[in-house]
Write a protein that binds this ligand. Structure first.
Ligand SMILES: NC(=O)c1ccc[n+]([C@@H]2O[C@H](COP(=O)([O-])OP(=O)(O)OC[C@H]3O[C@@H](n4cnc5c(N)ncnc54)[C@H](OP(=O)(O)O)[C@@H]3O)[C@@H](O)[C@H]2O)c1
Length: 459
């Protein structure tokens, strides 16, 4: 379907997000002929700045759509400089969240945006962090909804734009062989891991105010969990999908004594020294911010009774990957595995890198043992290398007006309730386990599963 012509106005155009993600994505998607890209920044417009923009895209044609406006978005008077040629408008806030209320208020006051535009449509796009806790998220949402309605707001969680995350619903609801087994009767446990090899680097000052629970669990991990655990929506329409996701978030319960938080200590990754987290630029010398979190959640409903969902995420770990591993219960078997019982069946959804799916099952090996083997589907091998990047898909969806892959406010709100609860639990114990940079995380995370007679996939 052709994308409608519109004006895409990006606040914070000279920032990292615009240059690294938005411009390259916009250069790749098939924009309508007259769509313009209005770039707003504080810096003077000159050849150096234009070259900087171009350096981030391989396609010089996109530059013909650019119009750069130098302004301070905290000054209302300067909004008169913003000229847009279309009634269909996207306002992308690629700035710190502290600026969101000011920009939206001034956009409305200047007549550039309206909750009920007389012609065309007006849409607001921004990324996490959606607040720092439930209270600040509610305040931010209250301020934004003074100027935009929920159906105009597109909250980006870029994980939802990833091919394999989008695939979760297709795999579940178009394959009866999986659909029938997708419940606590057959599934022993579900593990969701999002690991990042890089340390905090230049983002220390931001990260130290946030930590793994707020930066990763509140959004990416709980979003993935709700897609894995939700009931079948009535239709694949955005509203129905979000309704089912919210139900899961409301039914989530923290499994007592299961929260493991950690902070990386000096170590090495790919032969390079990584300093202790507390010695990173912008991080407090006595910081108690967690760079690693692992926990177990239960879902109080018929489908998932008795099946724990284990979540873990960490920075400066041995490798970068995101995956969901569903381990099935063992049945009776005529045959032995190499170490006693045959290995359990597993379904592994690899979100990144090397997007794909793997199914582990047992076959006869060279002797009469039941040996586990992997049936491997690689997304790129099957569908080619041109899989759209998450931002391409999401930016196209904003233009189409499809909110399915964006976080709805009630999801954000419930996710914050869970994370605030976890932070309270941590406040009581105060335990923060050190782990060496370049390892898989603190030993206590292994013990968390070992106490249930399980282990993390791959360990
Ligand atoms: N970077 C990422 O990959 C990423 C990923 C996920 C989420 N996010 C979120 O996306 C947002 C933007 O992140 P970022 O990394 O791109 O931030 P950034 O590099 O600090 O960019 C912020 C931009 O805002 C501009 N700006 C600040 N104050 C201004 C003012 N008063 N008037 C006009 N322009 C002003 C800055 O202009 P100057 O150049 O003049 O300073 C810069 O262009 C943040 O909310 C962040 O949490 C970013």
């Amino acid at each position: 379907m052709a994308l409608p012509a519109c004006s895409i106005v990006i606040f914070g155009a000279t920032g990292d997000l615009t240059k690294r993600k938005l411009i390259p994505a916009l250069a790749k998607i098939p924009l309508a002929k007259s769509t313009e890209i209005v770039l707003i920044g504080r810096r003077a417009d000159n050849a150096g700045l234009r070259n900087e923009f171009l350096a981030f895209t391989k396609d010089a044609k996109i530059a013909k759509r650019f119009r750069y406006i130098q302004m301070d978005f905290n000054k209302f008077d300067e909004y008169k400089n913003i000229e847009v040629k279309h009634d269909n408008r996207i306002f992308y806030l690629a700035t710190g969240p502290e600026s969101f209320p000011t920009i939206t208020k001034y956009l409305e006051r200047a007549g550039l945006a309206s909750p009920k535009p007389a012609r065309g449509w007006h849409r607001l796009v921004f990324e996490k962090p959606f607040g720092y806790d439930l209270q600040s998220a509610q305040k931010l949402n209250h301020e934004l909804t003074q100027c935009f309605t929920e159906d105009q707001i597109y909250r980006i969680d870029h994980y939802l734009g990833k091919e394999l995350v989008q695939n979760i619903l297709v795999v579940r609801f178009s394959n009866p062989i999986f659909e029938r087994l997708w419940n606590g009767r057959y599934v022993d446990n579900v593990q969701i891991s999002v690991m990042e090899q890089h340390a905090v680097g230049s983002r220390g000052a931001y990260y130290d105010q946030s930590g793994a629970l707020r930066d990763m669990v509140q959004n990416h991990l709980l979003q993935i969990l709700s897609l894995i655990a939700m009931e079948a929506p009535t239709t694949a329409e955005s509203g129905d999908v979000h309704d089912e996701k919210v139900k899961v978030l409301r039914q989530l319960r923290y499994v007592p004594d299961s929260l493991v938080l950690g902070q990386y200590a000096a170590g090495s990754i790919s032969g390079k020294h990584v300093p202790d987290y507390k010695d990173e630029d912008g991080v407090g010398k006595r910081s108690r911010t967690e760079t690693y979190a692992a926990l177990a959640l239960a879902i109080d409903n018929q489908r998932w009774m008795g099946t724990p969902f284990y979540l873990r995420t960490g920075k400066a770990t041995g490798s970068s990957y995101a995956e969901v591993v569903m381990t099935f219960k063992r049945g009776s078997s005529l045959f032995h595995g190499k170490n006693g019982q045959p290995a359990p069946n597993k379904l592994i959804l690899r979100i990144q890198p090397d997007e794909g799916m793997r199914l582990q099952f047992n076959l006869k090996g060279n002797d009469c043992c039941a040996d586990p083997v992997l049936m491997d589907f690689s997304h790129k091998a099957e569908f080619g290398m041109n899989t759209p990047e998450a931002y391409e898909r999401l930016l196209a969806d904003v233009q189409r007006g499809d909110q399915t892959l964006f976080s709805r406010w009630d999801e954000v709100e419930h996710a914050w309730r869970i994370v605030d609860g976890l932070r309270k639990v941590h406040g009581k114990t105060g335990k923060l386990h050190a782990y060496r940079a370049g390892t898989s995380g603190p030993e206590e995370a292994k013990k968390l599963l070992a106490r249930d007679g399980r282990s993390w996939h791959g360990q």
